[in-house]
Write a protein that binds this ligand. Structure first.
Ligand code: PLP
Length: 421
């Protein structure tokens, strides 16, 4: 672990040794004391030529790093996995093949400014363009960090109207930017208004703020969550060094609200693209009661070219997790479809051959076994449900098999289901 002065409130770079405890642990203090310019960063990091050059560029994706997170960084090691996530280098200015301004075609699926609607029953609501700190591989760098492109009261009103008028939406994922970087009062109002919509069953918060500023998980935030259940929280953690006593305490406070906590990570070259790092990350997350949810393939977004790994590497990592560590600790590895089709799970193949009579299988340790299918199985004998209709109608339950798709190609289902939007 990087060195620093570990006080009651954790590691601190000597630059902030004299800051009173009450200020250091005040989430607003962390926000107002973020560093962004080379002249400031030089005080805590021995900047390389590549970093200096990026910080001097006038076409730079926003930089803003909390004192808390800077204190976790090894200022002497340019390969420090936390440093590489937030300190720019000239490599992010490099173009690469396959580069896309909007890597997951979100803009095409934006019926209202800030609503990304790709699936029939759920959508993403972008409530702010600001973040607590700025990940260099940000998939939404097309607007994130740009104050000019922030969302306003009018946008939120339109977004909520869209959700109200979309009776099939039962799940709203509040994201950004980072929803925990915005004023608490605004967030509380937005969440409460969504909660009033009868067909919205669950509300999720997607945030990386607890990693950059764990003190944001305060009573005020916990009250918002508790008052609007069922709420789910998904945090974004990429490396075991991010799991500090402060983050553990923040997750403990979150867990006490009763919201299930998930985590996503992005697979990043030179940062967490090893079985060793991922095993440690996932087991440490489970230890703080956080369930690894998704491991994302890094998007082909501007500035992120040098962070991308092969898909082979991602599969190899899942292969090194599944069976070796608790099933709860294994995330689903997904590639967000460049065409805007949503997340596509990619997994090692454990099924060596399949017919209705026989499945030949391989386990995590490489042992082959055979499952004998039942003779005379007929599907379709499960009685239909006798339950009241759910508040939002579920999508049709017919499943398209690969053979259906090969015999009758058609466009994938859009938010309206069936034959596209
Ligand atoms: C990720 C995502 C969701 C949520 O997907 P889940 O697999 O249910 O977590 C919804 N809408 C969009 C546009 C997304 O990118």
């Amino acid at each position: 672990m990087p060195s620093g002065v570990r006080s009651e409130s954790g590691a601190r770079h000597p630059r902030w040794a004299d800051v009173p405890e009450t200020e250091w642990t005040d989430p607003r203090w962390q926000m107002t004391h973020r560093l962004r310019r080379a002249s400031q960063l030089r005080e805590v990091i021995k900047l390389t030529e590549e970093e200096e050059s990026a910080l001097g560029s006038d076409d730079l994706f926003r930089v803003d790093i909390t004192p808390y997170f800077l204190s976790l960084i090894d200022g002497d090691d340019p390969r420090c996995p936390l440093r590489r996530q937030v300190v720019p280098t000239s490599r992010e200015m490099e173009a690469f093949d396959g580069w896309l301004p909007d890597a997951n075609s979100e803009v095409e699926h934006e019926p209202v400014r800030g609503i990304i609607h790709k699936y029939p029953d759920r959508l993403v609501m972008l409530v702010t363009s600001s973040c607590t700190s700025y990940c260099r591989y940000c998939t939404r760098s097309r607007f994130v960090g740009d104050g000019q492109q922030n969302y306003s009261r009018t946008d939120w009103r339109e977004q909520i109207r869209y959700i109200r008028e979309s009776p099939r939406v039962r799940d709203v994922l509040i994201s950004g930017g980072d929803p925990l970087s915005m004023a608490r009062k605004r967030l509380a109002e937005i969440v409460a208004e969504i909660r009033e919509i009868p067909h919205v069953e669950i509300i999720r918060l997607g945030t990386r703020a607890p990693v950059f500023n764990p003190f944001v998980v305060d009573d005020e935030l916990c009250d918002i969550i508790e008052a609007n259940h069922p709420m789910w929280v998904n945090i974004h953690v990429n490396h075991p060094y991010e799991i500090t006593p402060e983050l553990a305490a923040a997750c403990s406070r979150l867990a006490r609200t009763g919201a299930p906590i998930g985590a996503q990570a992005v697979l990043l070259a030179g940062i967490n693209d090893s079985v060793e790092v991922q095993r440690r990350l996932c087991t440490e997350l489970v230890r703080i009661r956080v369930r690894p949810y998704y491991l994302y393939q890094c998007d082909s977004v501007r500035g992120a070219g040098h962070f991308r790994t092969s898909v082979t590497k991602g599969i190899e990592i899942i292969e090194g997790l599944r069976g070796h560590i608790s099933g709860y600790a294994v995330p689903t590895y997904v590639i967000d479809s460049p065409g805007g089709g949503g997340k596509i799970p990619v997994a090692p193949n454990y099924l060596l051959s399949l017919s209705p009579e026989r499945a030949v299988l391989r386990n995590w340790a490489g042992e082959v076994s055979e499952y004998q299918g039942p003779a005379g199985y007929r599907s379709g004998t499960t009685p239909p449900l006798r339950l009241p209709e759910p508040s939002a109608p579920l999508p049709p339950s017919d499943v398209r098999t690969v053979s259906d798709m090969l015999s009758a190609p058609r466009s994938p289902a859009g938010p309206e289901g069936g034959g596209g939007a």
